[in-house]
Each structure stands twice: as structure tokens, then as C-alpha cells.
Write a protein that binds this ligand. Structure first.
Ligand code: SF4
Length: 233
């Protein structure tokens, strides 16, 4: 259960597999498509979600996160249909980097997409994630064109995604979007470091410190010029 991945109280399902390899990934154990996870039957997730429905209230529901849930879009589509039939609010937390007909259907079935934009500057995006940001931006455009509500999420990493020119470019790119219900500025944190140690992986940002209050405030002030719906989490 969580309160940070979409509105209200939510049942959060973390799925394996991600095409990115972000330098600061807090869930590195979910990047591998198989990992150490056991295969989970979709009917189990449905059953759990329905049993939790009384706790969700008017705003809560189920969120699929990861990893990148759209990697398993084909398998998720039937589950999403069943969740909708059961009257559950569905969120997908996505980096927007996977696209095919199943992903399109998955997003159409979801009530809300939480779209993580890692960097608007493509060179820095490639440095952070190992992949370009073009598909993510196209996904955002698809959501806007299809009148599909989404939240824009942005992690502020010192020295990687906190440059004023990039924050302004992000603002200029998305300020006119009507379907962005909320913009979340997420501070960089190091909560995943112990996972790297446990996996025997080197943490890629050993010297990067968490944001100072001044860094966060500066970014907040810049983004608020473009997004009145900005929230700092
Ligand atoms: S997109 Fe998310 S899950 Fe994938 S590597 Fe980046 S932070 Fe990790």
C-alpha cells in the first residue's frame, strides 16, 4: 500500500523489466525482466485489489509501477479490463519509453498515467537513462492528443537534471498541455543504495548528495512559472 503513486491510498504492484538503466534508479532489482521475482498470476492481483477496495475511498485504487509496467502490456490488458469491470481506479507509472498496440490499449484503459520525464535535454537524458527521450515525449503527445489525463513527474538530481535551462525547456515544452493534471517535482534520494550493495552492483552516483532546500526551492520557483499545478513531494 502507498500514498505516493497516484491519488489517495493505493495498492502498488511493482513489475519486472525496464528498458532504461537510470543512474539513480531506486529499484535496480526491477530492471532485469526476470530478476528474482516469482511469476504472479494476474488473478491474484485482481483478488487482492478487490479485497482492498473498501480502503481506497473515492480517490484511491491500484497503481502499476516497476520497473516499467508497459514492458508487460500484453499480459496486463486483460487484467486492466477486469479491474475496470470491478470499478477500480487504475494508474500506470511509466517512463513512456515502450510503444506498441498493447501499450496503447493499456494507456486507454488506465484512468491516469504517471509519466516520468527524466530529462528534456536529450543528451543528458541519454546519459542518465542510456536511452533517448524521444519516445517518452511522443507518449506525452499521444496522451495529450487523446485527451487522457496524466501527471508529469520529474526527479531533481543535482548535476544531472537541475540545470535552469533544462527546467525552463521542460516548462516551455509542456506548459500548453491541457491533460497534465499535476506536475510533481521529486527530490533526489539515496534510498535505493542498500539494494545496490545487496546486489553487488556499484552505485553510479556515489558522490551525489540529496538536494539542499535552496536547490529545491529554486527549481520549484522556476517550474511554477509554467505549471500552476506543481506539487513538490
Ligand atoms: S525508469 Fe524507473 S525503473 Fe527504469 S531504470 Fe529508471 S528509475 Fe529504474
Amino acid at each position: 500500500m502507498g500514498t505516493f503513486d497516484g491519488p489517495g491510498l493505493r495498492y502498488v504492484v511493482f513489475l519486472q523489466g525496464c528498458p532504461f538503466k537510470c543512474l539513480y534508479c531506486a529499484n535496480p532489482d526491477t530492471i532485469d525482466p526476470v530478476g528474482e521475482s516469482k511469476e504472479t498470476d494476474a488473478s491474484y492481483i485482481l483478488e487482492q485489489a478487490i479485497s482492498m477496495k473498501p480502503f481506497f475511498g473515492k480517490r484511491g485504487g491500484i497503481t502499476f509501477s516497476g520497473g516499467e509496467p508497459t514492458v508487460q502490456a500484453e499480459a496486463l490488458v486483460p487484467l486492466f479490463r477486469q479491474l475496470k469491470e470491478a470499478g477500480l481506479h487504475i494508474c500506470v507509472d511509466s517512463n513512456g519509453a515502450v510503444w506498441n498496440k498493447h501499450v496503447e490499449e493499456l494507456f486507454s484503459l488506465a484512468d491516469l498515467v504517471l509519466l516520468d520525464v527524466k530529462q528534456i535535454n536529450n543528451a543528458r537524458h541519454e546519459h542518465i537513462t542510456g536511452r533517448p527521450n524521444s519516445r517518452t515525449l511522443e507518449t506525452a503527445e499521444w496522451l495529450e492528443q487523446h485527451n487522457h489525463p496524466f501527471w508529469l513527474r520529474y526527479v531533481l538530481v543535482p548535476g544531472l537534471s537541475d540545470f535552469e535551462e533544462d527546467l525552463r525547456a521542460l516548462g516551455e515544452h509542456f506548459a500548453g498541455y491541457k491533460c497534465i493534471e499535476r506536475v510533481e517535482l521529486l527530490p533526489y534520494h539515496r534510498l535505493g543504495v542498500h539494494k545496490y550493495e545487496a546486489m553487488g552492483w556499484a552505485y553510479q552516483l556515489p558522490d551525489t548528495k540529496e538536494n539542499t532546500p535552496e536547490q529545491l526551492k529554486k527549481a520549484e520557483d522556476i517550474l511554477r512559472e509554467y505549471f500552476p499545478q506543481l506539487v513538490v513531494n
